[in-house]
Design a protein around this ligand. Structure first.
Ligand SMILES: NC(=O)c1ccc[n+]([C@@H]2O[C@H](COP(=O)([O-])OP(=O)(O)OC[C@H]3O[C@@H](n4cnc5c(N)ncnc54)[C@H](O)[C@@H]3O)[C@@H](O)[C@H]2O)c1
Length: 326
């Protein structure tokens, strides 16, 4: 039996593929390479270049491989772009996911692990944010993920689809072989490291007047290897007959933008110029997960919660791959 990993050539999916193989699981990757990198997947992995919404391709994959479960990483994930181009976000993240789900269910593949996001919560009403926090996304990206969550709950009730929807906070860091190579890059840690590498002159800190100890926004950073381990545990959980769940993935302790920049200065030994810029609309001051449920339900125990270790791993990857995967 194999696991179908959609978006397996992307940042987080590629680490899950690597870790699944380390556990001797058989893996099949489906990725249209809109953003992913073929080089992120070992050449020995069964790889299909195509779209999750291509029903005949997904049917062909299911007939060629005995698929037990699907880990669904594929999506577009630029919050700002989703505001400008909601059409492509609802289509790619919601409509295409429904097409994928339909083919899976028709073929009796009923274990599904979904990459959801803290963006489904919207403006926090309290922190740390637990899974019962009201969901009111502030972007089409967040809504597109929320709509998949809704569909999953209804598909379980009607078709007995069992899922774990993992709501990640800020994914970061690198494994030995896989790292972050998004184009365009919008995430803080790679941008700070690009400044250390001289690929950009400085880093912008958006707002230093938030009600936080140093005035900059606090986020919950989670290492991709810890994220990946949570997927493996979610798969085991479903394999053992576990019920469908929505589960936060975060460390529960946030770091401010200034703390991230300071840690990067220490690790890289570079000056890294930081410029204070105005706050960005809709950026909350503090986004931190309550991830108790992941520990209790999945037995998850993150190994890389410290920002220094996260940045060390990212720096090692960016130093070894200064041009990313190219
Ligand atoms: N990176 C984060 O901090 C973060 C946080 C919360 C949630 N997520 C979610 O985690 C998942 C993975 O994120 P990532 O950072 O690895 O993104 P990524 O862009 O690196 O990976 C997504 C992959 O999906 C592929 N893809 C996109 N649409 C596709 C389609 N229709 N058919 C086939 N393949 C398609 C892309 O080519 C890419 O390889 C996404 O669903 C994202 O929304 C990410």
């Amino acid at each position: 039996m194999a696991i179908l990993v959609t978006g397996g050539a992307g940042y987080i999916g590629s680490v899950a593929v690597e870790d699944l193989r380390k556990q001797n699981e058989s893996v099949v990757v489906l990725d249209n390479l809109a953003y992913g990198h073929r080089q992120a997947i070992d050449s020995s992995v069964a790889f299909y270049e195509g779209d999750i919404g291509d029903e005949s391709l997904v049917k062909a994959i299911l007939s060629e491989h005995e698929i037990e479960a699907c880990m669904h990483f594929s999506a577009f994930a630029y919050v700002g772009e989703s505001v400008e181009k909601p059409k492509i976000y609802y289509k790619n993240n919601f409509v295409q996911t429904l097409k994928l789900l339909d083919v899976l269910i028709e073929n009796d593949v009923k274990k599904f692990i979904f990459s959801s996001t803290c963006a489904t919560y919207g403006e926090p009403q309290y922190v740390p944010i637990d899974e019962k926090h009201p969901q009111s996304p502030t972007s089409p990206y967040g809504w597109s993920k929320f709509m998949v969550e809704r569909a999953l709950a209804d598909y379980d009730a009607a078709y007995n689809l069992k899922y774990v929807a993992l709501r990640y906070f800020n994914a970061c860091g690198a494994s030995e072989t896989c790292g972050e190579d998004h184009n365009p890059e919008t995430h803080l840690i790679p941008l700070v490291l690009f400044a250390a590498q001289g690929k950009r002159d400085s880093i912008s800190i958006f707002g230093d007047d938030y009600p936080t100890p140093d005035g900059t926004a606090i986020r919950d950073y989670i290492h991709i290897s810890d994220l990946s381990q949570a997927h493996l545990l979610a798969f085991e959980y479903l394999r053992k007959g576990g019920d469908s769940e929505f589960v936060n993935l975060g460390n529960g302790s946030g770091y401010s933008v200034k703390e991230v920049v300071e840690a990067a200065r220490k690790i890289t030994g570079e000056k890294i110029e930081a410029k204070i810029a105005p706050r960005r609309a809709g950026d909350p001051s503090r986004l931190v997960a309550d991830a108790k449920k992941a520990r209790e339900v999945l037995g998850w125990n993150p190994q890389f919660p410290e920002i220094e270790r996260i940045i060390e791993s990212a720096w090692a990857w960016h130093s070894a791959n200064p041009e990313g995967y190219e």
